[in-house]
Design a protein around this ligand. Structure first.
Ligand code: SF4
Ligand code: SF4
Length: 284
């Protein structure tokens, strides 16, 4: 089977202090960090064993907090990127950590989903990190949340990045009717795909690949189908991919997040993102 696994361990801490985030400047205890590390090592070991079963795997790390400031995430990405049966390993990151460790990764299989947080880092520092990734031959997308207070910073970031670096904007959805037509045009000028993200997709009963060949793995091995449906569908280490995989129509009323709606076949988003859909690089 060809499967995509989102992975989130016990980590809930970050070196940044974004005002809208519950993990900002939170420090995990040594015990929690040790648990996160052990869980991640178990996961990497399990992925390694999938070669014998003929599975091909892509992994996306979306930690609650920042992973790359911890050695075990860097080691996991390095190891996974070098496994023959792993097609891709990507991570959501604030891109604050040093990048010299990526000397050891397979750059062709490593990708970064880099989120820019205006107010937490200088544009020049963030862009320098992006340019280092580029020089290292590692694919990445850059993006941010489209809150009105960030509009200027987002435009400036777009101008500072090379044209061929895709920049996405996540629509701010906490307030209804937040955007005017003018705002939408402004954000479309930065991210041509912005309206795809601003939409909420009616999904109840619709086809979705999550739970079939896309899984959402929690640190201890519990598996849900996606970011939104809280139902546990099995256990990675007990059931394996074959045991977990089942065609499951969506049970949620709508799908409103990129990491979910890209798996709805009816949207045909491979046509927009090609082989770079996991790390969100449009036009590739
Ligand atoms: S960088 Fe991400 S995880 Fe860290 S505080 Fe900001 S939003 Fe939260
Ligand atoms: S909420 Fe989205 S990702 Fe989850 S099952 Fe429904 S369509 Fe799929």
């Amino acid at each position: 089977m060809k499967a995509t696994l989102y992975y989130r361990g016990s980590l809930t801490s970050c070196n940044y202090d974004c005002p809208y985030c519950p993990f900002s400047k939170h420090r995990d205890s040594a015990q929690t960090l040790a648990k996160d590390r052990a869980q991640l090592q178990t996961f990497v070991h399990w992925v390694r064993l999938q070669a014998e079963l003929g599975h091909r795997i892509s992994v996306f790390f979306n930690p609650y907090g920042e992973g790359l400031t911890h050695s075990w995430y860097r080691e996991a990405i390095t190891e996974l990127s070098r496994m023959d049966h792993v097609d891709k390993v990507a991570i959501q990151t604030n891109l604050s950590a040093r990048l010299d460790w990526t000397d050891a990764v397979n750059p062709a299989k490593t990708a970064f989903w880099a989120t820019f947080h205006p107010g937490q880092t200088k544009e020049s520092v963030f862009v320098a990190q992006c340019m280092e990734l580029r020089q290292r031959g590692i694919s990445f997308s850059v993006g941010s949340v489209g809150v009105r207070s960030a509009f200027e910073a987002l435009k400036s970031m777009r101008a500072a990045l090379p044209d061929d670096v895709y920049m996405w904007i996540n629509a701010f959805k906490d307030k209804r009717d937040y955007y005017t037509e003018e705002d939408i045009a402004y954000l479309r000028g930065i991210d041509p795909q912005f309206e795809r993200n601003a939409a909420d997709y009616a999904s109840m009963g619709r086809e979705c690949r999550t739970g079939q060949d896309v899984f959402y793995v929690q640190g201890p091995g519990l598996v849900k189908r996606c970011y939104k449906d809280r139902k546990v569908i099995g256990h990675l280490y007990r059931d394996g991919l074959e045991g977990l995989s089942k065609r499951r129509p969506c049970a949620m009323s709508c799908c409103d997040c990129y990491i979910g709606y890209i798996h709805m076949p009816e949207l045909e988003l491979e046509r927009v993102y090609g082989g770079r859909i996991l790390e969100r690089i449009a036009g590739s």
